[in-house]
Design a protein around this ligand. Structure first.
Ligand code: HAM
Length: 413
């Protein structure tokens, strides 16, 4: 788990601001769900046998004896919210961002507290919604200035097809089971399709010879996926069909996708998503969505040819008090006046010497320094110094804001 502070946090804010701007274009509203949820929310949504539920949740019993987990992902909590807040048959477009928790083995690009930005389009299965959601995901990548990412899509088929897919795949693999790695031999009964995802050489070789899982699906499932591919093309999204893509959560049905980025190394998944059907509070909630790992986005943004350089929070001007209490009080008044005019400004609060204040002005990175003592106060003037070249000038308090070129916020009332 990491602290995120300046200067890096400015890049986080930039990434978040860009995302919010994109979400507005797609009619998404933010939802902020609690970080702890009842464990059963995750068990029900993600699936009892998934790695996340089995091995990775930070769970505990609270003082009321309830089994609670810190959210390992955002979709389940959003579905719990939707079950109570969105009427059946009504569509909704939601986004969220914030910390998620998984007790995984930490490594580059894998943290125990990490952050996701996610989107959920609630609504009945529709290839148009799936294609639009992937288009939004790609729009987000482009808004962050990322290049070279790879969009891989595949399908899980209709939920009704899944037993046949599983059985077909298992039947094919059964004679070859002894050649699989230990983990995959275990998965064979519980999550056979995860074998497609295994990174071990022996499993990859075996899997390479298996028929595509779509061959076990109904015509309806295949037609749905073909339509998604056609619509992605129409939406200008370049995506590659990856027949090995499977995703690690049980709630998916129909379209699934993942985005990888070459800057990420072994943990190269920048984002993942898909269509799902989740049983929650006596309802079946359908939707399509994705989540992006923010730590990984930051790595990719920093590796891009022209990484953004968000404005540092430096003051534009530093006020230096030469003299006693009256000048200091007048300067505090000026400080607030400047800030309300949208000029970032600072001054010493410790009653330090002129010399120490000038050093602080230098350290602050301010482009201007204003010096005012009893004498300037009596004359109604302020000595203004430009730090870049040391030029000095006497100005009135009224003139001051206009003289300060540089970035600032619009004036506040
Ligand atoms: P996920 O694939 O488990 O999907 O996670 C999405 C992204 O979160 C990953 O691609 C990765 O970038 C990031 N991520 C996951 N675990 C870690 C970690 N330990 N450290 C750093 N980054 C990590 C989901 O969470 C689904 N809820 C996505 C979704 C939304 N599907 C439908 N709607």
């Amino acid at each position: 788990m990491s602290d995120i502070a300046a200067p890096e946090v400015r890049l986080w804010q930039w990434v978040e601001d860009r995302a919010r701007a994109v979400f507005r274009l797609y009619g998404c509203d933010e939802v902020r769900t609690p970080i702890p949820e009842r464990v059963e929310v995750y068990v029900r949504a993600l699936g009892e046998g998934t790695d996340v539920v089995q091995k990775e949740m930070y769970s505990f019993t609270d003082r009321g004896g309830r089994a609670i987990a810190l959210r390992p992902e955002g979709t389940a909590g959003v579905m719990r919210y939707v079950a109570g807040a969105v009427a059946p048959g009504q569509d909704a477009r939601l986004y969220y961002l914030g910390p998620m928790f998984r007790a995984e083995r930490p490594q580059a690009g894998r943290k125990r507290q990490f952050h996701q930005i996610g989107v959920e389009f609630i609504g009945a299965a529709s290839p148009v919604a799936d294609a639009e959601c992937i288009a939004l995901q790609v729009h987000l990548m482009d808004a962050w200035g990322l290049a070279g990412y790879d969009v891989q899509v595949h399908t899980r088929g209709l939920p009704e097809d899944q037993p046949a897919v599983r059985k077909g795949f298992q039947d094919h693999l059964r004679p070859l089971i002894s050649g699989l790695c230990e983990e995959c031999r275990r998965r064979f009964e519980t999550h056979p399709l995860r074998i497609l995802d295994c990174k071990q050489e022996e499993c990859r070789n075996i899997v390479a010879g298996t028929p595509p899982v779509t061959s076990y699906m109904s015509d309806a499932s295949r037609a749905y996926f073909d339509e998604v591919l056609r619509l992605l093309d129409a939406a200008g999204v370049r995506a590659r069909v990856n027949p090995q893509l499977i995703r690690g959560l049980d709630y998916y049905a129909h379209t699934i996708w993942e985005i990888t980025h070459p800057a990420l190394g072994a943990q190269d998944a920048l984002a993942g998503g898909g269509r799902y059907r989740i049983a929650m509070a006596g309802r079946d909630i359908e939707g399509v969505g994705f989540a992006v790992g923010l730590e990984r986005v930051l790595l990719a943004v920093q590796a891009s040819p022209q990484p953004p350089t968000p404005d540092p929070s430096e003051p534009v001007i530093w006020l230096v008090t030469a003299g006693g209490d009256a000048a200091r009080a007048a300067n505090l008044g000026l400080l607030q006046k400047l800030r309300r005019e949208g000029v970032a400004a600072g001054m010493d609060t410790g009653g330090r010497s002129m010399k120490a204040q000038m050093r602080a002005a230098d350290r602050s990175g301010a482009a201007w320094v204003a010096i005012r003592g009893e004498e300037e106060l009596a004359q109604g003037r302020i000595k203004l110094k430009r730090m870049a070249d040391g030029t000095e000038d006497l100005v009135t308090q009224e003139e001051l804001p206009r003289r300060l070129a540089g970035p600032g916020l619009p004036p506040l009332p």
